[in-house]
Design a binder for this molecule. Sequence first.
Ligand SMILES: Nc1ncnc2c1ncn2[C@@H]1O[C@H](COP(=O)(O)OP(=O)(O)O)[C@@H](O)[C@H]1O
Ligand SMILES: C[C@@](O)(CCOP(=O)(O)O)CC(=O)O
Length: 510
Amino acid sequence: MNGPRSNGVNGQSHASPKVNGHANGTAASRDHQDTQGSSENESPSTPSRMPRPVHGRKESNPLAPPFIVSAPGKTIVYGEHAVVHGKAAIAAAISLRSYLLCTTLSKSKRTLSLRFPDIGLDHTWHIPDLPWAAFKHPSRRKKYYDLVTSLDQELVDAMQPHIATVSPKAKEQVQQRHQQAASAFLYLFMSLGSESSSSCTYALRSTVPVGVGLGSSASICVCISTALLLQCRALAGPHPDQMSKEAEDQLERINRWAFVGELLIHGNPSGVDNTVATNGHAVLFQRHDYRKPPAVEILRNFPELPLLLIDTCQAKSTAAEVAKVGNLKAAHPAVTGYVFDAIDSITRSAHDIVTGDDPGSEESIAHLGELMSVNHGLLIGLGVSHPRLERLRYLVNESGVGWTKLTGAGGGGCAITLLKPSQPSPSSTHTNGDGTHRSALQELERQLKSEGFAKYETTLGGDGVGVLYPAVINGKEIDQDMFLDVEGREGVEELVGGKRDRDAWTYWRP
Ligand SMILES: Nc1ncnc2c1ncn2[C@@H]1O[C@H](COP(=O)(O)OP(=O)(O)O)[C@@H](O)[C@H]1O
Ligand SMILES: C[C@@](O)(CCOP(=O)(O)O)CC(=O)O
């Protein structure tokens, strides 16, 4: 790994910074462990791989270095909403990502700060004031390896006074955004940390647009879960020669707690978003029984589908759209049941094609496209489309470039268009004597822009959650001010290394 070596805990210097004895995370993890004064959160796989700290005077402990975790957004290709009701969905990671920079502060501070500028949230709690008695009560306390599938209402209530102080004067919608993110963070912090957890500032930057159906909440929940699990020493790795099963177990642990964060933000999530944000690539996902882990097939060879990702720029709320479908199901259980079944067979038919011999053939793409159109029709039936989505579909259909469906919760947000293979690339033009003629696709893009739609450039698939420990790229430490001040998507990606220092980031790769 490039960059300056960090000091280990208690003045020990590790030759190569590692998490729990592998690549990354050691110092932060051990520092936190020491402050907890208990080994109950210790990962069974960690102790033998770590040099034991010399128990010197606590005051002389150097601080754990800042580190960054990152996780992708996603697009649901087939099966949204039906997946909340036990049917299968296919979702793929996208190249837009969230980044969480964790900066441990001097222990004398006792503060826990969230600096989330994408939504304008800046909040600090005093750690000893938090409702530890409720969270650590023997009847309620959770272990890092527990499978938590529902929220404990008493804990949510105990947390409430500390959430009510988050942006109390902000407008209702803004306040809701802030309090959702703060609740997800605090519930996980209280479950995984302790009263003696290190003081820390968590700064978040995301290139996933917030609340447009691209899984922004899942990507931040995966970052939060990973950061807190690393800090309480409950993760081994990631490191390049990690056994597949061990890497899989770490991802499972991250995903479970990310789901808890999603429960705080959404109310009733299926878990598909956090599963794809954790694992990356694409997944076939189905949750039959909410008390058990879902069935997940990672689709590592998901084809590079030629997709356009268009934002209607119409705000939506996932919780509201999910509740709408829930109400429809309560009023018309049999009819909605048939709709969910039809969506399920669309997803399964698409799965057969994408895992078949020739998913990229013209015939396969046409089949996948038609399935998208039918899936969208069924989502209209469930009441989750929006006039802006229908206008978008009309424009794409008129242009003849491909097949379109909404993606995510609907009610606004984004749509995906699968392009017909015969389409010239967006940059190609045809010229004749009197100037340049646009291709159908370029003409469509021009029209979409003129009507206030936005286009996102992204690729499908790629890695899931990653760790940059310490937060050093090309020998330069990324500090909080740089991280918070850098502008735009390109700025963030350039700062965190994106293309410049690929090896600095490590991933759990089963
Ligand atoms: N970059 C971010 N910074 C802080 N909070 C975020 C960020 N992205 C998402 N969130 C949280 O997630 C919520 C959006 O979740 P949701 O409505 O499900 O949208 P999406 O479809 O993008 O997942 C926001 O209200 C906020 O609480
Ligand atoms: C509607 C749903 O299927 C997807 C929601 O996705 P998003 O929050 O709009 O990115 C809900 C879920 O699966 O939890």
